[in-house]
Design a protein around this ligand. Structure first.
Ligand code: PLP
Length: 396
């Protein structure tokens, strides 16, 4: 069994081999893309047992499929969870998770600085189901406890947060959640399991946009939830069966292929980002750099405690909206685009792009000022990335 061969092995080995039990796939080294929508039953009794989830098997690809399962096994191994479920996008994973854990009139506590569509989803849940969210400064973990009410069910975390790179003390929030019998849900997209293991710190559900680092090549849209078997099966059988936000077999295959080079890519993302952050910090046109691996980050010590590496994401500030626009409009190598975690470097100007829909006062509260840029540092030669920034910074 491949699972036995990789037990207790280092992350690099696990990422190359996990989910690839070749005996189950006629010796194919790459788990094939099972494009079947439906699966034949041996007989009515077995069909019924598979259909009810009583025995293992496949019957319809909205529930699962062998390519999807290979990916889910790999994600389970990377995040050190009990089980995983893959979805059609990161947002499908987040909405599925919240709709599984919450019911009408429940309450969530979440960071002010958070991925903008997640924040909008919280607004949607309030308008439709009266599930309201209190947004807090999650750099102060005591804020979670302060806002707990008898309706609170979920403490939501995103650390490092999009786009400000603010951190939350995961262990402290988990302690609060346990004391009040609440669930913790954490978006680990920015850090990735290469750098941070929330489940090992006691988090109940880890979310990923696989679209980012895990896929790694800007060619898929996918998401995942990793957690206990019980929660994952609830998400699969009680929620996604009806919502239908399942990952397509071809997408699952691409995500799984991405995982094989994931550790290698992350090593380079981490080392490039640190060097780019150091360069930006010493540049006179840059007002501030937010990167958890810099000693100037206000939560540098927390980063050292709860992260193994500091990731490929940097936020930095130039002087106002026009300077931000001029910079991004004059880059030659670094691409102006939303999204992140690709092998190539990508930049975006939050105030005029991803967070343009967030009202200015809320943007400011979350630390997203007009000159804030978010850079996803790729795996190109680091000098090429730095030189591109250098020539564009000259123009602002
Ligand atoms: N979480 C974070 C931190 C993100 O940055 C994103 C997308 O940018 C998402 C979730 C949503 O993922 P997707 O675009 O795959 O739905």
């Amino acid at each position: 069994m491949r699972d036995k061969a990789i037990k207790d092995k280092d992350f690099e080995t696990v990422s190359v081999h996990s989910g690839t039990d070749i005996k189950d796939h006629f010796g194919a080294l790459s788990v094939p893309i099972y494009n079947a929508s439906t699966y034949a039953f041996e007989n009515a009794q077995k069909g019924s047992a598979i259909h009810e989830g009583e025995i293992k098997g496949y019957f319809y690809s909205r529930i699962n499929n062998p390519t999807q399962e290979a990916l889910e096994l790999a994600l389970t191994a990377l995040e050190e969870g009990e089980a995983a479920i893959a979805f059609s996008s990161g947002m499908a994973a987040i909405s599925n998770c919240l709709l599984t854990l919450l019911k009408r009139d429940d309450h969530i506590i979440a960071p002010q600085s958070i991925y903008a569509s997640t924040s909008s989803l919280f607004g949607f849940l309030e308008a439709k189901f009266g599930i309201n969210t209190t947004f807090i400064d999650a750099t102060e973990s005591s804020q979670y406890q302060k806002h707990i009410t008898n309706r609170t069910k979920v403490l939501y975390l995103e650390s490092p947060a999009n786009p400000t790179l603010k951190l939350t003390d995961i262990k402290v929030v988990v302690e609060i959640a346990k004391a009040f019998k609440l669930k913790t849900v954490m978006d680990n997209t920015f850090a990735t399991p290469f750098n941070q293991h929330p489940i090992a710190m006691g988090v109940d559900a880890v979310i990923h946009s696989l679209t980012k680092y895990i896929g790694g090549h800007a060619d898929i849209l996918a998401g995942a939830l990793i957690g206990s078997k019980e929660l994952v099966e609830q998400c699969r059988w009680n929620t996604n069966k009806y919502l239908g936000g399942v990952i397509a077999p071809h997408t699952a295959w691409l995500a799984h292929r991405g995982i094989k080079t994931f550790a290698l890519r992350m090593e380079k993302h981490n080392s490039n980002a640190l060097k780019v952050a150091q360069f930006l910090e010493n540049h006179p046109k840059v007002i501030k750099v937010h990167y958890p691996g810099l000693p100037s980050h206000p939560q540098y010590h927390l980063a050292k405690e709860q992260m193994k590496g500091y990731g490929g994401m940097i936020a930095f500030e130039v002087n106002g909206i026009e300077a931000g626009r001029t910079l991004v409009n004059n880059l030659n190598l670094i691409t102006l685009a939303v999204s992140l975690g690709d092998v190539s470097s990508i930049i975006q100007h939050s105030a005029s792009m991803t967070h343009a829909s967030v009202p200015e006062n809320l943007r400011e509260k979350a630390g997203i000022n007009d000159g804030l840029l978010r850079l996803s540092v790729g795996i190109e030669r680091v000098d090429d990335i730095i030189n591109d920034l250098k020539q564009a910074l000259k123009l602002i």
